[in-house]
Design a protein around this ligand. Sequence first.
Ligand code: MG
Ligand code: MG
Length: 254
Amino acid sequence: MRRAGLVVWGAHQVAGALVKPGVTTGEIDQAVDRFFAQHDAVALFKGVPGKVPFPAACCISVNDEVVHGIPGPRALRSGDVISIDTGCSVGGWCGDSAVTHPVGTVSAEVQRLLDCTSGVLALAIQLMGARNRWSDVAQEMAHFVRDHGFSVVENFVGHGIGRKMHEDPQVPNFCSPAFRKNHDFEIEPGLVIAVEPMVNMGTKKVRVLADHWTQSTVDGLPSAHFEHTVAITEAGPLVLTAPPAEGEMVGTAA
Ligand code: MG
Ligand code: MG
């Protein structure tokens, strides 16, 4: 899974380097698609079933789009935020990661939204090494976001990942009594989950657009999304979509 995670990380470097005003979301997607092909990786998002199968290697969601945006002719403008979410499999094992980038110059409040969302992902990974049950991590994630004055999206959650991109368990970024009672899980060695907080500047409510995929905030305010694939080992959390460590290279990890 680390091999897949490194290729996903590499794809994000290619994508992130392209993010600037005037570039289209379709151009970014095509670059990621080529990168996966060069590394004998299977693009996992293509063909995901829905009313129409998902058509691209990346979900690219701009501004008020939360997740599942379809790349295309939209050109980025300074002040936008762009969430790029992608995943691949290598040798039958999967990796999945998302990053939200500022385009050109963004407002201070938008930057605070990005910092809060990347911060709550970092907090979750740290807490995975310090808590026994996911409900306790999720509760602290929700409090972190609330303390920033933003909203955790509740309609979409993280997931187990392994041979398939989406496996059990469901991994919410908030804790409800029903989750604690019926769906909570132990954080123990062998668990591998994709942790992916989605944070809205305004209301948590989202709606689906006419393309059957793109999820947008109901109030039109911006949203951010960060994701890592994280394994629990005997030594603690290991981020499988993290940058290469010394001695590691994309495409050659042991
Ligand atoms: Mg993802
Ligand atoms: Mg995911």
